[in-house]
Write a protein that binds this ligand. Structure first.
Ligand code: GLA
Length: 397
């Protein structure tokens, strides 16, 4: 089915752990942290919008064991290099620490909240989530690691707080001013559901993900990008500028997504800068599309859901400008295929992944056709896999 890499079986992790670290008296625990797709509601989590993501059945695994001393050691099955720290360190971002920064970011936030670890620990990780691929490999890492440490050390931090720790670590440690969506769905996701999250209040509700004969296919552009190097932060500040202009002109809103489309049409002339107006336009209408999509799914109207996915992609392409040749080729080629109800980029954009809603009997030919056109236009192959919704972060062994 065109998977991008061989799936790692987490049952192999404890043996691999013993090979890496040898024996000690403490228990080895294994945790699974899912990737996510965002069905709809893109780039509005940081604008007080509603989003509709689902955790999926692709996981990153974290094995952890306490040590007798205060050392912290990280290894990853697929990445070379061992990283060593101490529970008494003042964790700070350091480029040479590579993925270890995500873990240290979480530790720094746990420490900042006044929690203390009573010993060191060892970590061995392995991921079945493509890195930099737009399905939240970094949040899976943050939340998987946070949950493993919190559970192993018996800290009283609940799932919503775990999501916040992950977000704070991105803001304060990694330099990405992300919203809360990715960490939230990874911390709280439930199998067979998607989650409608109101990012203004953090209220959320699960909606059964009943797709009948249809499946979500994830399509990876294989164009890796780091959010810290992308225009992500720029988009966020453009939205803040648009909001400020509205507020300065007497419009009483705390976030762009508080505006209904009708209210926005009334006040948008205040935002005379064309770029800022396009950014805000996307936010307001994308928020409405989320409400429409959740309603459509509730009554089983998958056709309507599909057309909303297409409209979302178009808006992210022309108004928000976060797509590019690779994502446009995937989404727009998908939209033309038999059995496909709709397709759009998912996640931050600028590369990463797209999703398509495809009839199960068409999935194989769909992948073949889209791959052919993608390779011809872009010059290298995309990755494809069918996904189901999965559970949020949990202990598995
Ligand atoms: C990234 C961020 C999220 C969200 C999406 C875009 O995945 O981490 O907070 O802003 O981009 O919807």
């Amino acid at each position: 089915m065109g998977l991008t890499s061989k799936e790692y079986d987490p049952k192999d992790l404890p043996a691999e752990f013993l090979k890496t670290y040898g024996k000690n008296d403490n228990e080895i625990r294994v945790y699974a942290s899912p990737a996510r797709i965002n069905i709809i509601g893109e780039h509005i989590d940081y604008n007080g919008g509603k989003v509709f993501p689902a955790a999926i059945d692709r996981y990153l695994y974290v094995a952890i064991r306490k040590r007798a001393d205060s050392k912290i050691i990280y290894n990853d099955v697929r990445f070379p290099g061992t990283y060593e720290f101490d529970i008494n360190d003042n964790f700070a971002f350091d480029k040479k620490n590579d993925y270890a920064n995500y873990l240290n970011g979480i530790l720094s936030q746990i420490k900042a909240q006044g929690y203390k670890l009573d010993s060191g620990f060892e970590i061995l990780m392995v991921s079945n989530v493509p890195a930099g691929g737009g399905i939240s490999s970094s949040s899976a890492l943050e939340c998987g690691f946070a949950y493993a440490v919190i559970d192993t050390f018996g800290l009283k931090i609940d799932r919503v707080e775990i999501a916040k720790l992950g977000q704070m670590s991105e803001h304060n440690f990694m330099g990405v001013n992300c919203g809360i969506m990715d960490q939230f769905i990874i911390a709280t996701g439930k199998k067979n559901t998607a989650e409608m999250l109101d990012c203004a209040t953090l209220e959320y509700e699960y909606a059964p993900l009943e797709l009948g004969d249809y499946r979500f296919v994830v399509m990876n552009t294989n164009k890796v990008r780091k959010l810290s190097d992308s225009k992500y932060n720029e988009r966020r500040s453009q939205c803040e500028s648009a909001l400020k202009i509205l507020q300065d002109n007497g419009v009483a809103v705390k976030a762009l997504c508080e505006l209904s489309p009708a209210k926005w049409e009334e006040v948008k002339h205040f935002v005379s800068d064309e770029i800022l107006q396009k950014r805000a336009n996307h936010c307001v209408y994308e928020n409405q599309r989320v409400l429409d999509a959740v309603a459509a799914l509730k009554v089983g109207d998958l056709k309507k859901l599909g057309s909303l996915l297409n409209a979302s992609h178009a808006s992210l392409k022309t108004d928000y400008e976060v797509t590019g040749l690779e994502l446009d080729t995937l989404a727009e080629t998908s939209q033309k295929q038999p059995g496909c109800l709709g397709a759009r980029m998912t996640g931050a954009g600028f590369g990463g992944c797209a999703i398509a809603l495809v009839h199960k009997d068409n999935v194989d030919s769909f992948i073949e056709n889209v791959q052919k056109e993608y390779t011809a236009k872009v010059g290298y192959a995309a990755g494809f896999f069918e996904c189901s919704s999965g559970d949020g972060v949990a202990r598995v062994l």
